[in-house]
Design a protein around this ligand. Sequence first.
Ligand SMILES: Cc1cc2nc3c(=O)[nH]c(=O)nc-3n(C[C@H](O)[C@H](O)[C@H](O)COP(=O)(O)OP(=O)(O)OC[C@H]3O[C@@H](n4cnc5c(N)ncnc54)[C@H](O)[C@@H]3O)c2cc1C
Length: 502
Amino acid sequence: MPSSLELFFTALREQLGAEAVDTNPETLARYGVNLLPGGARTPAGVLFPDSTAQVQAIVRLANTHGVSLWPTSTGENRGLGLKSPVRPGQVVVDLGRRMNRIVEIDETLAYAVVEPGVTYAQMYEELGRRGHTLMMDTTSGPPDGGIVGNTLDKGAGYTPYFDHFGMSCGYEVVLPTGEVLRTSDGASPGAKTQYLSKYGFGPFMDGLFVQSNLGIVTRMGVWLMPKPPVIRAFFFTFPDDADFGDIIELVRPLKLNNVVPTLIKVTSDLYALGTEETYPYERTHGRTPLPNELRKELQAKHGLGAWLVSGAFYGPSEEALQPMIERIKAHFLRSGKARYISHAEAEQSRLLRIHIATFSGQPTRDELDLLRWRPGSGATWFLPATPMVGAIANEHQALSRRILGEHGFEFITEYVCGPRMSRALHLILFNRQDAEERQRAGRCFRALLKAYSDAGYPISRAPIDAQEEAMARLEVLPDVLSRLKKALDPQGVVAPGKYGIS
Ligand SMILES: Cc1cc2nc3c(=O)[nH]c(=O)nc-3n(C[C@H](O)[C@H](O)[C@H](O)COP(=O)(O)OP(=O)(O)OC[C@H]3O[C@@H](n4cnc5c(N)ncnc54)[C@H](O)[C@@H]3O)c2cc1C
C-alpha cells in the first residue's frame, strides 16, 4: 500500500503538474545541506508552487495526508539553516523558484510588492533600471537572499530602513488550513492602502508570521527609501580590544540624538579582515584558536586595529555633508585613540567597500568570503543583544572571547549599534570537514546561549538546530504559542518545531 507521503506526492503531481514536485535523492540531499554544527536535515520532497492557489492546494493536501511542510523563499539563510528543514523528513515548499515576481513598484509612495523569490540582487537591478531614485535596505549577506525570507526570519540591514520587519507592510498569508489572510488594511476587500497602512484594524497580525509556523507568506509589501544624492561613509579604527567599552559610550549619543542616520557598526578585527584571509594553520602548527600575536600581525597587515567603527551620512551634496564628517571626526578623535579613514580612502579597500555598500543599499558578495576562514565553511550565528553601555559591552566581549577561546574558536563579531542596544553578530566559523570540531562548535554555541541567557541577554534569531532549545528557555511564551499553533494548525502541517513551536 502506498504511504501517505506517496499519496500526497501523487495528488500534488495531478493537481499542480509534475514540474512542481521533486523527490529525486540528489535534490533532497542538496536541500538538506546547511552549514550548521548539527549537520544535514534531509527533506522527504521539494515542491515548487507557482501561485498562491498552488500553495493553498499544497497545504490542503498536507492536511489530508498528514504531511508536514517547510517553507523557504530564497533559501540563503547562511549560518542559520539555508533551505534545510528544522526536522528531517519535512517537505520543503520552495516558493522562490517560481514565485519570484516584483509585482509592483510605486515610485511615488516608495514601496514595492514582492513574491517570496524576489532577491536583493533582483530588486537592486530593477531599481537601477528605473534610475536608482529609490533605494532598498539590504543585508551584508547573500545578494541571492530575499526580501520575504529575510524579513520573516527577523533579518536586518544597516540603513535607516534596517528593520526589515518594521519596513514591511501588508502580507498575503496562506494559513495552515488553506485560507488566505491579508494583513494590515488588506483585510478590507478592495482596500487601496494595504501596503501603506501597516497596523490595520484590530490586533496587529503580521508579527504572528515571523519566526513562526502559523502560515506561509506568499506576497509582501516593502517600503523603499528615496535614494540620497550623496552617501559618505566614515571609518575609525581603534587599537585595543579594551577600547570597546569607550567606543560604545561614544556611539550611543550619536544614535540617541539621531546624529548619524545609519546604524553604526563596531566590527572586530577578524570580522573586518576575515574576508581577505583564511585561518593560518601553517603558522600555528595546526593549533586553534588564533594566538593574539598573529591576530595583531593580521591587524597591521590590513591597516586595522582591534576595532573598526563605521557609519554613513546622507545629503544633497559633498559640501553639505562635510560639516557632519568634521563633527564625527572631532567626536571620535577626541578619544585620543581613534584613527580616521575617509570615504575616498575606504573606496580603495575591498574590505572597507563592504560597509559602504551596506550603507548604500547595494548587495555585495564580498562579506561571504568570511565563510572561507576554516575549511568546509562551517558557520553558525549567535545573536544576542548588548545594551549600549560601555561597561556591559566590555563584559559581553570578555564573556564571548572566553567561551569561544575555550572551545578553540575566534571572536569574529560585529556589533550593529542603535540608540539603546546593539545586535551582537557573533559568527562561529568552524571546520565542517572535521566531525570533532563540528560538535565542538555546537557545544560552543550552547555554552554561549546558556551564559548569555543566564546573564539576562537572550538571543533574537536562531539557527534551525538550536531553535527548539532556545524557545524552551523562555517562560509562558512557548505554551501560548503552542495553543495558537493548535488553534490555527490543528494537524501541525506547517513546519512543526520551527522556532520551537509545535
Ligand atoms: C557573511 C554573512 C553575512 C550576513 N549578513 C546578514 C545581514 O546583514 N542581515 C541579515 O539579516 N542576515 C545576514 N546573514 C544571514 C542570512 O544569510 C540572510 O539573513 C539571508 O537573507 C536569509 O536567507 P533568505 O533571505 O534567502 O531567506 P530564506 O532562507 O528564504 O528564509 C529564512 C527563513 O524564513 C522562513 N521563511 C522563508 N520564507 C517563508 C515564507 N514565505 N513563509 C513562511 N516562512 C518563510 C523559513 O523558515 C526560512 O528558514 C548573513 C550571512 C552571512 C554568511
